[in-house]
Write a protein that binds this ligand. Structure first.
Ligand code: F6P
Length: 549
């Protein structure tokens, strides 16, 4: 547990930043034909090219030293060995156990968790087989046509993202929907076209107390019972729960047979590999779900056993530290050139920002350095026609991750080649930029007066030297997707280790929840609360417009 800023490598990196302050990526590429070969890793069907980063061999060497001096190797072992590395909640962090495809046992407090993990996987397999085969029937004897996952945060974003990403692998006669927002629009618009007789709800909630999910679950239950002519026995055929909280699930009225358990050592944002992934298994089949697990397992092995110099999540994490702490970057853009990966940035947003959006270190001391970045993005090429302007010519340094498949899932004329060309071109343009002289050359025929020419050339100049990673993968299969997600999970772990923060709690979401509980009766019943003038005026205005005053 060390303040990273006192480490020798940190100090050396601060010094090194001054050495390379005026260097340009364009010149590094021009003078070094081996640059891409040295700064890339061809790992199975993923080619990770990190050569377009503002790094030299020395930068990387110092970053690896920083990882060593931060005790990263020992901390990786602590996680895989089931130690309570989530200190504030005194819990192990073992999403790696959920995708452990080996015979190796993994213990928490001397108890091997693997038999439980396999038992739940078996139960998921039996359940998905029953639903797919039509053996599982609704209250009126019809097979299931629609599954609705009710969950939020980690109980929604991961499965939602994976299900969309694996659309080409989906079962044809079963539709899977996701409802997360407590705004009734989300539930009502989803239920609008569904039939109670053939709809199955999965209530995914680790705690089974989350206000949004429980409110949606209660309304969904009412909708179902109304459709079943008031017969609450229908719930047993139409509701399953994924939770660590058995008592609350049973109190809700869900048949204990329909409970898929997971454990407190699975963090919400790391839970798609657990029974929270039941919606994924229902969408694509258990075999595909296990391919996803396999991909993540391969990354776990890579992360645990590969030297830092060839370890992809370690390199990803260290590059982020370099930009955040030494080059002043405040955000990180994730840009999948793949429509099926449209929810990937949303998932990473929770993964990264809930994990490393922390202001105190593991001992509770406020940090005096930058921690987790703002993570954002959307699929290409759409983003090119909105925020890419800022990426190329704005005043912020925004490191970017591009993700793209070499092979499309479809064949439609030139579409995929155009998509790929755009993706590669954007990374090249960010890196190279366009000099003022090049811009002037393009304007020469306009024959403008010098002041106009200068202004226009300046506006058309791209500084370049803007960093990016490229994740080029062969095709978006379940295994490759599993790998991509796990790479980012471990990247977040690397950064949390260096920043010396607890990446596995999320205390920052609590205050708003507490205040919402207080405001609710004031809105509904007009009780008086103790608020600032602004909040009190907003409550009073709502009540007036509701005509309840
Ligand atoms: O509010 C944040 C959070 O606790 C997330 O970390 C979690 O993924 C989400 O809420 C949902 O929690 P649960 O699965 O317990 O409903």
């Amino acid at each position: 547990m060390t303040n990273p800023t006192i480490l020798p490598a940190w100090k050396a990196l601060a010094e090194h930043r001054r050495e390379i302050a005026t260097a340009h990526l364009r010149d590094w590429f021009a003078s070094d034909p081996q640059r891409c070969q040295r700064f890339s890793l061809d790992w199975g069907e993923i080619f990770f090219d990190f050569s377009k980063n503002r790094i030299t061999d020395k930068t990387l060497g110092l970053l690896f030293q920083l990882a060593e001096q931060s005790g990263l190797a020992a901390r990786i072992e602590s996680m895989f060995n089931g130690e309570s590395i989530n200190l504030s909640e005194d819990r192990a962090v073992l999403h790696v156990a959920l995708r452990n495809r080996s015979e190796r046992s993994i213990e928490v407090g001397g108890y091997d968790v693997m038999p439980d993990v396999r038992r739940v996987l078996d139960k998921m397999r039996r359940f998905t087989d029953q639903v797919h085969s039509g053996q599982w029937r609704g209250f009126s004897g019809k097979p299931i046509s629609d599954v609705v996952n009710l969950g939020i945060g980690g109980s929604d974003l991961g499965p939602r993202m994976v299900t969309a990403a694996l659309t080409p692998y989906q079962k044809q006669d079963l539709r899977v929907h996701f409802v997360s927002n407590v705004d009734e629009t989300d539930l009502l618009e989803t239920l609008r076209n569904l039939n109670q007789e053939t709809t199955l709800f999965l209530v995914a909630s680790k705690t089974f107390t989350t206000q949004e999910t429980m409110t949606n679950a209660r309304s969904a239950r009412d909708w179902l019972i109304a459709g079943a002519g008031g017969d609450s026995a229908a719930v047993a055929r139409h509701f399953a729960a994924i939770s660590t909280n058995h008592n609350a699930v049973q109190a809700f009225g869900i048949d204990p047979e329909n409970i898929f358990e997971f454990w407190d050592w699975v963090g919400g944002r790391y839970s798609l590999w657990s029974a929270v992934g039941l919606s994924i298994a229902l969408a694509v089949g258990m075999g595909r779900f296990e391919e996803l697990l396999q991909g993540a397992f391969e990354v776990d092995q890579h992360f645990r056993s590969t030297p830092f110099s060839r370890n992809i999540p370690v390199i990803m994490g260290l590059l982020g530290v370099w930009y955040a702490n030494f080059l002043g970057a405040e955000s990180h853009a994730v840009l999948p050139y793949d429509q099926y990966l449209r929810h990937f940035p949303d998932h990473l947003q929770q993964l990264d920002m809930e994990s490393n959006g922390k202001r105190v270190d593991l001992t509770g001391k406020p940090v005096d350095y930058t921690t987790g970045p703002l993570v954002w993005g959307q699929p290409g090429t759409n983003g090119q026609h909105s925020f890419f302007q800022l990426l190329h010519q704005g005043t912020h340094l925004v490191p970017c991750d591009f993700l793209v498949a070499a092979e499309s899932q479809h064949e439609l004329g030139e579409h995929h080649a155009i998509l790929l060309a755009n993706c590669l071109a954007q990374a090249e343009a960010l890196m190279k930029g366009k000099t003022e002289a090049e811009a002037r050359d393009e304007l020469v025929d306009l024959d403008l007066p010098e002041d106009k020419l200068a202004a226009l050339a300046a506006a058309k100049t791209f500084p370049g030297n803007r960093p990016s990673n490229m994740f080029l993968f062969k095709r978006l299969t379940p295994k490759i997707l599993g790998r991509l997600i796990a790479l980012y999970e471990h990247k977040v772990f690397v950064q949390g280790t260096i920043w010396n923060v607890n990446s596995f709690d999320q205390m920052g979401v609590e205050l708003g929840k507490q205040l919402a509980q207080a405001i609710l009766p004031e809105l509904e019943e007009g009780r008086t609360g103790d608020h600032d003038a602004s909040t009190a005026a907003l409550i009073e205005t709502c009540r007036r417009w509701w005509d309840r005053k």
